[in-house]
Structure formats: structure tokens, C-alpha cells
Design a binder for this molecule. Structure first.
Ligand code: ADP
Length: 571
């Protein structure tokens, strides 16, 4: 049933009962009024007339008007006949009055008194009867009004108790249902049978919950299939890959990564990488490099599947844009291990090749140099000017060739790990002087003035003096080559914060800040450099310095010159 119908019928019923109660009360009051009117107007008047006539009889002798009073009251009584036998009694009274008029004897008066008594008795009896009827009517009225009153109170109570709960119960159940849906419990269903409106609400709610459940299941299915798809992609990558969330919990890992880490998938997924790394060396190194991104990342040598492989770890931050206002947020990292075994093998083949070639070249170059020396010897015969110039050109190029082969050999030493250091205590000034004298001829050729800045007190170094002297020589040679003719070059040493620094400063063309890092890479030359060179000097210098736990850097500005510094910790 509809709430509206329920409300209408409930209130309608109450209304009808109230109307019925009113009608009943009015009709009973009316009836009671009728009953009392009967008593008052009919019987009471008859008694009143009889009383008047009795009074007249009592005063017949004294009051001359008594007969008239009697007649008046008799007339009135004649018009007020209401009871059975009253008419005969009145007629009799009239007849006896006539007799009294003719013969006013005591007997006639007595007779009249008897007649009047009869009329009074008739009316008295009627009064008694009517009052019993009125009492009955009043009792009935009380009974019916009470019954209907009780009924209406019952109905009102029932409406009062049942109706509000019939409305509030479904509403609170609906509220609970909405809360469940808000908490993603889409299996929640409502069943209201009490009213049609609530039944419709429940049906709509259940429809909505069903759709949401279907949507959830379909999006879950899509998500699951997308997840499987992504897992398949990750697994098909032939390089180890590990996905971590922001708290470094492992989200995914492919089979290659499981092989190199020697772990099982169940041991890794959803586990903390930090905790796992306590038991796994490789993972520990990867996490350390992830946490300290500025540290140098050496290739990883991993022995897995009965072979030795080299991997270069790449750390890719995963960024997400969750809301327009918040912008990009890092939500995790992917660690990708690039298999560089093939490059390593090629690189080592290249190094061996360069080493062999450089070594093999040294003998013919030395032979050329020897032959040149003999050619320049006057004892063999003098050379004309043109021959002399050709011979010096051959010497210059042979020197360069020897230089380059020397650099290449040094490089192969570093790359093959065959760099052997023979450290000894040396004064920085000794190394500086060695370099200055080694580049004197070159400096003179370019008209460069080398100034030495040296403090009075400075700690000694514990380095392989030959190698560090070579580094300073290389820096000085670069300073001369990349400066204008006749310029100033400062070479010096100083002690700063427990480090001994040796620097070479020129006032030449300077280096674009974009290349300050790259110039220390192998074979790198600043684009547009016209001076002949191999691009190896600074790379080898860096290797030599770092082999001593030292550092090398450049401060330079285009047009203002460059300052190269090497620094070693004080021991
Ligand atoms: P090479 O000098 O043989 O080219 P280096 O490794 O010594 O190789 O230097 C790498 C590059 O750095 C050079 O090609 C040059 O462009 C730049 N460079 C090195 N020293 C200086 C310097 N003092 N002033 C300007 N540029 C320099």
C-alpha cells in the first residue's frame, strides 16, 4: 500500500469516527432534550393545572373567582391531553364540575378531587416513565460515545505508534545502505515491503548497487587483465627489472631479475627491498646506489646461469600526476639492469687490440726516431735546408705518434686493471718542477711564461710521482696549447681543508660549462677544437688521480681561461 493511501485512510478513518462521535452525541443530546421536554411541557403542565384546580376547590367558599380559575385550568387541561385515559379522566372531571356548578355539595367536591388525583397520578406515572426513558437514552449515549471514543483513541494510538516507525525504519535502513555503498560494499541490497513508495526506493537502490557491482567486477577484470598484460611485458624483457614503490616495497620483478638475484618470486613480491637486501648482496648494492644516486655506479659483475655477466644498473623514477593542482609526484622507482656483457667483451677486445697495436707501433717509431737521429748526424752527410725541414717535420710527427701510443698504452693499463701504483713520499714542488721542465721547450715555442706559486709550508704527498708528474705535465701542456701565444700560465700548490691541491691556471680560450664533465671522458674533445690531440689526456689524468683517491676538476669560463685542480687527501 502507498504511504499516501495509508495516511489518507488512517486520517480519514479518524475523521469519520470524530464525525460519527459528533453526530451520535448531537442525536443523543437531541433525544434527551425531547425526553425532558415531554416531561416538562406535557406532564408538568397537567400537574400545574390540576394544582390550580385543587386550589380553586379549596377556596370555593372564600374566593368568588375560584370557579373561574377552575374553569380556566380545566380548559387548559382539555388542550393538554398526553396520556392514555387522560382524556376520559378530563371529560369526567368536566362532567363532575358541571354537577358541582348545579349542586355545590361536598360529595361533588370530593368527586372532583378524586378526578384531579387520577389526572395527577396519570401524569406522575408518565413523568416517572419518561425519566426512565431519558435515563436509558443517557446510558446509551454514554455507552456508544465511550465505544466510539475508545475506538478512535485506539486508531489514533495505532497511527501514532506504527506510522512514524513505518517511515523512519526504511529511511534509516536506506541511510545504512548508502553508507555501505560509500564503503564500496556493493553487495548490499534493501527489501522494503511495507509501502509501494519504499518498495520502489529499494528496487532503485538495488538496481544501482547491482550496476556498481557489475562495474566494479568489470573494472576489476580489466585491471587484472591489464596487470597480467603488464606482467607478461615485464617478463618478456630480457634484462632484469625490479619495480619498487615509494616505500621501497617490491611491486614487480621479472624472471631475469629472479635469476640474477637467485630469489623466488614469492620471496620478493610485496616484500621490503631494504629488509631483503640484508640477505642479498646484489640487492643491497642496488638499493644503496638507488639511495645515494650521486655515487659512481660501476658495472655489476654477476655470476648466474654458469656464466659471468656484466650489468649496468639504471634507476628510473616513476612519476605520476594525481591531481592537476598537485603536479607530478614520485611514486616509486624501476631498477633496470642493462646487460653490457657483450659491450664489455668488445671493449676488452678493443683494449687488447689497442694495447697490442700501441706496443707494436713503439718499435717502428723508435726505429724511425733512431734513423732520424742518424740522418741529422753531420758525420753521415749534411742536409740541405729543405731536407732539414722535412726531417724536423718527421721528428715532430713521430714525437706526437710516440706520445699518442704512450697515452694509449697508459689507457689500456687502466682499462685492463693493470695499473700498478708505486707510491712514495714526494714534495709537491718536485712534481711541479718536473712538469715545468718537461714542458719548457713547448712553452718557449709558444712564448708562454710559466709562473710557480708555492706556499712556504705544505704537507708532502704519498703518490706514484711518475704518474702524478705526468698528469701535471699533461695539464701544463694543455694550458700552453689552448692559450694564446705569450700568455701567462700559473702552476702551483696549496693546502685546503686537509687536502693538497695542485693547480694549473691559464688565461686562454676557456671551456664552455656544458663540457666541464665531458672533457674527462675518453676521446672527448670540445667541438671546434683545432689543436691536434687524442682526447685521452684528461681521461687518463682522471684515472690516475682517482686511483690515488684524489679528485680532479675544472673551473673555466669562455674567454677568461681555465683552472684545472687535482687534490689528494693529506695522509
Ligand atoms: P686533447 O688535448 O688531446 O684533445 P685532453 O683530454 O687533454 O685531450 O683534453 C680534452 C679536451 O678538453 C681538449 O680537446 C680541449 O678541447 C679541452 N681542453 C683541455 N684543456 C684545456 C684548456 N686548458 N683550455 C681549453 N680547453 C681545454
Amino acid at each position: 500500500m502507498k504511504i499516501k493511501t495509508k495516511l489518507t485512510s488512517g486520517i480519514g478513518l479518524l475523521f469519520m469516527i470524530i464525525v460519527l462521535l459528533g453526530v451520535l452525541a448531537i442525536s443523543y443530546i437531541d433525544k434527551l432534550a425531547d425526553d425532558t421536554k415531554n416531561i416538562l411541557s406535557d406532564n408538568y403542565n397537567s400537574l400545574d393545572y390540576a394544582k390550580g384546580m385543587l386550589y380553586a376547590l379549596d377556596n370555593l367558599e372564600t374566593d368568588r373567582e375560584a370557579l373561574n380559575i377552575f374553569m380556566e385550568n380545566l380548559e387548559k387541561q382539555r388542550l393538554n391531553i398526553t396520556e392514555i385515559n387522560e382524556s376520559e379522566a378530563t371529560d369526567r372531571l368536566a362532567r363532575h364540575f358541571k354537577l358541582l356548578d348545579e349542586n355545590p355539595s361536598e360529595q361533588n367536591i370530593r368527586q372532583l378531587r378524586l378526578d384531579l388525583n387520577q389526572i395527577m397520578s396519570l401524569n406522575m406515572a408518565s413523568i416517572q416513565r419518561n425519566s426512565v426513558i431519558a435515563e436509558d437514552t443517557a446510558r446509551q449515549a454514554t455507552l456508544w460515545i465511550s465505544i466510539i471514543g475508545i475506538c478512535s483513541v485506539g486508531i489514533a494510538l495505532a497511527l501514532l505508534l506504527l506510522f512514524p516507525s513505518q517511515i523512519t525504519r526504511p529511511i534509516s535502513e536506506l541511510t545504512r545502505g548508502i553508507v555501505e555503498i560509500a564503503h564500496r560494499n556493493y553487495s548490499k541490497r534493501l527489501h522494503f515491503y511495507s509501502t509501494r513508495e519504499f518498495n520502489e526506493v529499494a528496487t532503485s537502490f538495488n538496481d544501482m548497487a547491482e550496476r556498481l557491482e557489475e562495474y566494479q567486477q568489470s573494472s576489476l577484470a580489466t585491471l587484472l587483465s591489464s596487470k597480467k598484460y603488464l606482467e607478461a611485458i615485464v617478463n618478456s624483457i630480457h634484462e632484469p627489472i625490479i619495480g619498487l614503490n615509494h616505500d621501497r616495497q617490491i611491486l614487480f620483478v621479472n624472471n631475469e631479475a629472479l635469476t640474477v638475484l637467485n630469489l623466488k618470486r614469492e620471496q620478493m613480491i610485496h616484500q621490503s627491498a631494504d629488509e631483503l637486501s640484508l640477505k642479498n648482496d646484489l640487492l643491497r648494492r642496488l638499493i644503496r646506489e638507488l639511495v645515494h644516486p650521486n655515487e659512481k655506479h660501476e658495472p655489476l659483475k654477476i655470476y648466474a646461469d654458469d656464466k659471468e655477466s656484466f650489468f649496468q644498473a639504471v634507476y628510473v623514477p616513476i612519476k605520476l600526476t594525481e591531481t592537476e593542482t598537485e603536479g607530478e609526484k614520485q611514486v616509486g622507482n624501476v631498477i633496470l639492469l642493462k646487460n653490457i656483457t657483450e659491450f664489455k667483451e668488445l671493449d676488452s677486445a678493443k683494449t687488447t687490440f689497442i694495447s697490442t697495436i700501441s706496443h707494436e707501433l713503439k718499435t717502428p717509431i723508435s726505429a724511425i726516431m733512431m734513423s732520424l737521429k742518424l740522418l741529422e748526424d753531420q758525420r753521415i752527410g749534411s742536409l740541405n735546408d729543405e731536407q732539414q725541414s722535412l726531417a724536423s717535420s718527421i721528428k715532430e710527427n713521430s714525437d706526437r705518434l710516440l706520445n699518442i701510443t704512450g697515452e694509449l698504452l697508459k689507457l689500456t693499463q687502466v682499462e685492463t686493471g693493470k695499473l700498478i701504483l708505486s707510491p712514495k713520499i714526494s714534495k709537491p714542488i718536485e712534481l711541479i718542477n718536473y712538469a715545468v721542465s718537461a714542458t719548457r721547450v713547448l712553452a718557449e715555442r709558444f712564448g708562454c711564461n710559466i709562473e710557480v706559486e708555492y706556499p712556504e709550508k705544505i704537507h708532502k704527498l704519498f703518490v706514484d710521482s711518475e704518474k702524478i708528474a705526468w698528469v701535471i705535465t699533461n695539464l701544463l701542456s694543455n694550458a700552453i696549447h689552448y692559450s694564446k701565444e705569450n700568455s701567462r700560465i700559473i702552476v702551483g700548490a696549496k693546502e685546503v681543508d686537509q687536502t693538497i691541491q695542485i693547480f694549473v691556471q691559464d688565461f686562454g680560450k676557456g671551456i664552455d660549462p656544458r663540457y666541464h664533465q665531458s672533457i674527462f671522458d675518453r676521446y672527448f674533445r670540445v667541438p671546434g677544437t683545432k689543436v691536434q690531440g687524442s682526447g685521452l689526456g684528461l681521461a687518463i689524468s682522471k684515472d690516475f688521480v682517482e686511483a690515488h683517491d684524489g679528485k680532479i676538476w675544472v673551473e673555466s669560463e669562455i674567454g677568461k681561461g681555465s683552472k684545472f685542480t687535482i687534490a689528494f687527501p693529506v695522509r
